[in-house]
Design a protein around this ligand. Structure first.
Ligand SMILES: [Zn+2]
Length: 298
């Protein structure tokens, strides 16, 4: 069955090191994906440091956060100011597009959006997205057609932002892998939403002592139900210390007859089946709220 493959690139190091590594892994297997890029300053160290507070530390250490993300990511934005990714790494950001992959907007400042969305005004949020879209044009020489909110921090408020209107489709929420037209201010908009149904690696390991091999077993069991799925990987983990785990997953999935495609192709294959909404919810293993598919009208 078809699996929409989405790659979130959240950090400077994920861009610099994770993008080339994942490109090699995917091109070896003739796979293309959708890459959501963070274009502004890398302040993700603030986020990870916050996650390392005592109540979370045990889980993170058990999940191997320092080896998963690297200490430079954990410290970035705390000891030294975050570098603007699109200014330093434009050539690397272009590599997936040059190789025919789909690219879209993830964030200007991933950290600011992820932790600040509840306190940022509509104007401030719109400015974050607008800056990301402008940087996208500067890097790729064309407008973005798709976006994915950092950390799935999205409500219908985000979809109503001026800067969001020109996007053709978005992938902002968690839920069954069925595209839908989201309702904004009571009306369904013609901007399909692609929910992500499969768990991410870091979610799978939160608070557990699961082995990498059993993680792949779990993912393969989830996709073995003859239904379409959408998977998110991260340049920082699957393009870093978990690359060989991811390669093993790809090879086992391909051997079982699955195939991977960018979200634009996945959407063409599985067009929106109705209307829906995005509401605040939670997913196991992830801290705080995320946008989830709400009920009604489906
Ligand atoms: Zn992200």
């Amino acid at each position: 069955m078809s699996i929409g493959l989405r790659i979130d690139v959240d950090t400077f190091r994920g861009t610099r090191d994770g993008i080339p590594k994942l490109l090699r892994i995917l091109s070896k297997r003739d796979i293309q994906a959708t890459w959501y890029m963070t274009l502004g300053p890398d302040n993700m160290g603030r986020h990870l440091r916050r996650m390392l507070r005592p109540s979370f530390a045990l889980k993170m250490v058990r999940s191997g956060a320092p080896s998963l993300y690297g200490w430079d990511i954990i410290l970035r934005g705390t000891i030294w100011p975050g570098q603007v990714i699109s200014e330093h790494l434009a050539t690397t950001l272009r590599k997936p597009a040059d190789a025919g992959h789909e690219v879209g907007v993830h964030a200007w400042d991933h950290h600011r959006w992820q932790v600040g969305i509840d306190s940022l005004s509509d104007t401030e949020l719109d400015a974050e997205l607008a800056r990301a879209c402008e940087a996208f044009v500067a890097v790729y020489g064309r407008e973005a057609s798709t976006a994915a909110a950092p950390g799935w921090r999205c409500t219908q408020r985000v979809l109503g932002l001026h800067s969001s209107m020109s996007l053709k489709y978005r992938s902002d929420c968690r839920g069954p892998a069925r595209a839908f037209r989201p309702r904004v201010a009571g009306h369904a908009i013609d901007q399909p939403q692609i929910p992500v149904d499969l768990p991410t690696y870091d979610e799978g390991f939160a608070g557990s002592s699961r082995s990498d091999a059993s993680w792949n077993d779990l993912l393969l069991a989830r996709i073995g139900d003859d239904k379409p799925h959408v998977l998110t990987i991260h340049a920082e983990s699957e393009g870093g210390s978990k690359a060989s785990v991811f390669e093993e997953f790809l090879d086992r999935a391909l051997a079982s007859g699955h195939f991977f495609e960018p979200l634009r192709d996945w959407l063409a294959r599985h067009p929106p089946s109705g209307e829906g909404s995005i509401v605040k919810g939670t997913v196991p293993g992830r801290e705080g709220w995320v946008g989830v598919v709400g009920g009604g009208g489906r």
